[in-house]
Design a protein. Structure first.
Length: 692
């Protein structure tokens, strides 16, 4: 946002130059990106401040809004500024020519609307001072009426729309939703099709404006206009944004309305514009101001605790200073006791909604540089997984799976050995334990895997109409190995992608190998397991699978179950050694490593390698080669097929570089990429397709 220093001085007078003002604005979060000098037509100099506002500071999107914020900080710092609100002169009704009515049908979308009519308008060029003022902030002069409207909008932050009064039918302004297939020709000569969700400002017959952000072609003023209607309103920011995006409307009015403006300024803005029009054009006020405000927006009540201020800021600011800052920010203290304040926040401060926002405002004016590092450091204990019991870790995993839409199942620990696949033992390297005196022939052994119970559960649910099946089970398995009887707790996770009559059920199109692998990786991240490896595995149960290892020991077997084992149901299955997983978590220690204050740089490398080489091998080789500067490695593309040899595949890999000691220059990163390129060529026979 561009601010003219000469314009700003009309509202705040203080003996400071533009450079000092620029520094103070930056101190209070209104960051000044650039300061430049310009010369106006009358050879006077002006300074332009380019301010980088955060999106929530709509109250500062005007010259007076900036002046109001400056007044608070300058007064607090001991200066004696004078804040002057824009003057309203000669505001007096001249005649009762119009007695129009305003009707708001959509009170949730339009909270307030004010209007006034003027006569004896003469459309002409603007005076030099107005031209210079608008030109200084990059606005082109159009005519005296439009220029005054733009001046008031950048002065107060309140959009005002202007209609040709003689084009308004029935002397009635109606704010309502449009009818379906209403065709609206806008002032920029584009025709837009409106529907019942679009808010319009209308007369008794035709729409005059879309939500006050763009006028219709017919209602806009022209050189022939003699009488005008001025409208000023407050619209729901969310509705304005959705309408603006829908119809691709990009105007200053939309920009301000969708950020949120001051609902208590509509009448004052009209009076200010009328005052300037009478001064410049010598027009006549030909109606009263009609103001419709059915559901007033009241100041927000917030409780502010002194202890909370001290805990957040880290310093005990005296109560007198806190109350002074609040007063300077026009925040009214309603009630007060020793521990807290109950305050009223003005509606124009839409960014202040919570106690923490008030604390931020206090710190902003008090000055973050005034907070010195305390010698008394408050130590907070960091929860460590090593203090967690087995049950608590299981609960974390349980909640994670439930949040992803999985359902827990419980199956019998006894199985029919004859019905389970004979391939089971060769894969899991487990020998089943038979029951000497079984209850019946269907329960003649103890289960040595959770797999077959899950298959039976999936089939049972599928036969009863369930399609989206996501199961998990935590349970014991029992087996014999090296003449020892063993028992272990496992976690099994399964998702099904059913095929029936050779047609895949579309609801399951997102399920699959990588979906299940992603779930497991999310569980690992949640419980703090970061350094693990994965490698392809060949076994008789899976059609395709991988093993995930931690310190070279299997922790997960994951893959797609073969159809002859899964009873023709497409199942992706993972079995996790839960006891080993829990032991890893309990041994983990939390180490604090501060973020680097230097930026991260990214490079992408595209390479061609043999199909049989998995990405995991590429990943591990690069990590061993360079550990210090590579922060993260990600695969962002895999391609096999047309224009590539049948035995080859193409990877595009993203590298993220970061140093804790210095900013990495392009020379350092490019040299490192050349080193990686040479390394991959020598180790894997890779062909580098490009670095970008």
């Amino acid at each position: 946002m561009r601010i003219s220093y000469n314009w700003l001085k009309k509202y705040i007078s203080v003996n400071l130059n533009s450079k000092k003002i620029s520094n103070i604005l930056t101190d209070i979060g209104l960051s000044v990106k650039n300061v430049s000098k310009i010369t106006t037509k009358n050879n006077s100099e002006d300074t332009i401040l380019d301010i980088d506002l955060t999106p929530n500071r709509s109250d500062a999107m005007s010259h007076y809004g900036i002046a109001r914020d400056l007044y608070a900080i300058l007064t607090y710092r001991g200066y004696k500024p004078i804040l002057s609100k824009p003057i309203i002169n000669n505001y007096k009704k001249d005649l009762n020519k119009y007695s129009f009515k305003i009707l708001i049908e959509e009170e949730k979308k339009c909270r307030r609307y004010s209007g006034i009519a003027l006569s004896k308008i003469k459309i002409d060029s603007s005076p030099d001072w107005l031209n210079d003022q608008l030109k200084s902030i990059g606005i082109k002069s159009i005519n005296n009426v439009i220029d005054i409207k733009n001046f008031v909008m950048h002065e107060l932050g309140q959009p005002i729309h202007i209609f040709d009064m003689d084009q308004i039918k029935g002397e009635k302004i109606i704010i309502k939703n449009a009818k379906n297939k209403t065709y609206f020709k806008s002032e920029d000569n584009f025709t837009k099709e409106l529907d019942e969700k679009d808010l319009i400002i209308s007369d008794t017959k035709n729409p005059l404006s879309i939500a006050g952000i763009i006028n219709s072609y017919n209602s806009n003023i022209s050189i022939k206009t003699k009488n005008i209607f001025l409208g000023s309103g407050y619209f729901n920011p969310i509705d304005i944004r959705s309408i603006g995006i829908k119809h691709i409307i990009k105007t200053d009015d939309r920009f301000l309305f969708e950020k949120g403006i001051d609902p208590n300024q509509t009448v004052y803005a009209l009076q200010r514009m009328v005052s300037l029009l009478k001064e410049i054009i010598k027009c006549q006020i030909s109606s009263d101001i009609v103001d419709l405000y059915p559901n007033p927006i009241f100041p927000l009540k917030i409780k502010l605790r002194y202890k909370k201020i001290r805990d957040i800021i880290g310093k005990n600011i005296c109560k007198k200073k806190i109350k002074k800052i609040l007063s300077l920010l026009e925040i009214v203290i309603l009630l007060e006791n020793e521990k807290s304040l109950l305050v009223l926040v003005p509606p124009y401060r839409i960014d202040v909604q919570r106690e923490i926002d008030l604390i931020e405002e206090i710190l902003r004016i008090y000055g973050i540089n005034q907070i010195k590092k305390s010698s008394k450091i408050k130590i907070y204990s960091i929860p460590n997984f090593c203090y967690k019991t087995k049950e608590k870790i299981q609960k974390i995993i349980f909640n994670q799976l439930v949040n992803y839409g999985f359902q827990e199942i419980i199956n019998s620990p006894m199985r029919n050995q004859n019905s389970d696949s004979s391939l089971l033992n060769s894969f899991f390297d487990r020998e089943s334990i038979n029951i000497i005196n079984p209850i019946n022939k269907y329960y003649n052994s103890m289960r040595s895997t959770l797999l077959f119970g899950i298959i039976d559960s999936i089939k049972y649910n599928y036969n009863r109409g369930s399609n989206n099946i996501k199961f998990f089970e935590i349970g014991k398995i029992y087996y014999r190995k090296n003449n020892q009887f063993l028992e272990k707790t496992c976690l099994s996770i399964a998702i099904s992608k059913i095929e029936k009559n050779n047609r895949k059920i579309t609801e399951n199109k997102n399920y699959g190998f990588f979906y299940l692998k992603g779930i497991i990786e999310q569980i690992f991240q949640r419980i703090g397991i970061n350094y693990y490896t994965q490698e392809p595995s060949i076994n008789p149960l899976f059609k395709e699978n991988i093993s995930i290892k931690y310190k070279n020991k299997n922790i997960v077997e994951l893959g797609k179950i073969k159809k002859n084992i899964s009873k023709n149901i497409e199942i992706f299955y993972a079995e996790i050694d839960l006891e080993y997983l829990i032991s890893i978590v309990q041994e983990k220690k939390i180490i604090f490593i501060p973020y680097s204050k230097y930026p991260t740089s990214k490079r992408d490398l595209s390479l061609l390698i043999e199909k049989k080489i998995p990405f995991e091998k590429v990943y591990q080789l690069i990590k061993k080669m360079e550990k210090k500067l590579i922060k993260k490695i990600e695969i962002c593309d895999l391609y096999e097929g047309k224009n590539l040899p049948k035995s080859k595949k193409s990877y595009t890999i993203s590298f993220f570089f970061e140093s804790k000691n210095k900013t990495l220059t392009d020379i350092i990163i490019n040299n490192l990429m050349k080193k990686i390129e040479k390394f991959l060529k020598n180790k894997l026979g890779a062909k580098i397709r490009g670095i970008f």
